[in-house]
Design a protein around this ligand. Structure first.
Ligand SMILES: C[S@@+](CC[C@H](N)C(=O)[O-])C[C@H]1O[C@@H](n2cnc3c(N)ncnc32)[C@H](O)[C@@H]1O
Length: 284
């Protein structure tokens, strides 16, 4: 990704969530408070102006997204399922005793900001590329700092996660932790993904979980984004955030095993694809 430019895709996901708030029936899927806090975060971080939010909230934009769904079939609504999946994993993890939550490549996601006051005994950490993390920090500052929410600005393609967390006094590598990597691994190199999962296993205590979304590998060896894969891969490349990693679902168990995790498909809640992504959970 571009070194000094905030993530375009993080902004796109967040605006997509704001628009989903205006689509009928989505309130049953989207976590409570997500839409309004995302809209507020985007403006407070100055990622977009209030006018963009007004447009994003309009019903007409729902139709525009639905029309463009041919490029990534089902992906518009899939973002609601992805947010619900991640929040479900975090809430379940906390209910089972997790005292730390780590969101990798957090973008403008507001889960940590929303859940931190609800769970004062849990420490929430977010890591993102400095260009995006800088804006997010401004947003959190303006919306209200949380004592138990730690924002870390680092490029995970350059610095190892273990080294990043070693510098955080509040991080406890023995604590039961829920790690979220939502819409992240496709942007990293194979080497970075392998390293990241192995390091996630090293920085978290027994009983920890890692929940993530991924794009499956197609028959031609490229990430499979449906019938318009070529166009999508090209678009991602020209916005400077190419998709570089994918995996075949049947190879996931072995990959996780080699990284120090145990694939736990029973915890994912679904083996179905949502849009162009699968969701997965692994335990330690
Ligand atoms: C598609 S966005 C997803 C944002 C968020 N997880 C969500 O779903 O709302 C991908 C995020 O990964 C972050 N990212 C990509 N490469 C990264 C890297 N090398 N180090 C840290 N963060 C990275 C981007 O800055 C961006 O916020």
């Amino acid at each position: 990704m571009h070194k000094n430019r905030p993530s375009m895709t993080a902004r796109k996901v967040a605006l997509n969530i704001v628009t989903l708030g205006s689509k009928e029936g989505m309130d049953k899927i989207l976590p409570p408070g997500l839409v309004d806090s995302t809209a507020e975060m985007l403006v407070a971080s100055e990622a977009v102006g209030p006018r963009t939010i007004r447009v994003a909230r309009s019903r007409r934009i729902v139709y525009v997204y639905e029309w463009f769904d041919w490029i990534l079939p089902g992906q518009f609504v899939a973002f609601a399922h992805r947010k619900a999946f991640c929040e479900h994993q975090v809430r379940n993890g906390i209910a089972s005793g997790a005292s730390q939550v780590l969101v990798l490549g957090a973008g403008y996601d507001t889960m940590g900001w929303r859940l931190a006051p609800e769970f004062p005994g849990v420490n929430f950490f977010e890591i993102d590329h400095p260009a995006t993390a800088r804006l997010k920090a401004r947003g959190v500052e303006s919306m209200g700092r949380r004592d138990n929410l730690y924002l870390i600005a680092e490029d995970l393609g350059k610095k190892k996660l273990v080294d990043v967390l070693r510098t955080s006094e509040s991080w406890d590598k023995n604590a039961k932790t829920v790690i979220i990597a939502e819409g992240l691994v496709m942007y990293l190199s194979a080497e970075a993904v392998n390293g990241l999962f192995s390091q996630c296993a090293q920085i978290a205590g027994a009983g920890s979980l890692i929940a993530f979304s991924y794009i499956p590998t197609g028959a031609d060896g490229r990430p499979d984004a449906g019938p318009w894969t070529g166009l999508m891969l090209w678009l991602q490349k020209i916005v400077g955030e190419p998709w570089t990693w994918s995996i075949r679902p049947e190879e996931l168990g072995l990959f996780l095993d080699e990284s120090g995790w145990i694939h736990a498909p029973e915890l994912a809640g679904t083996g179905d694809m949502h849009g162009v992504e699968f969701y997965a959970v692994a335990k330690k």
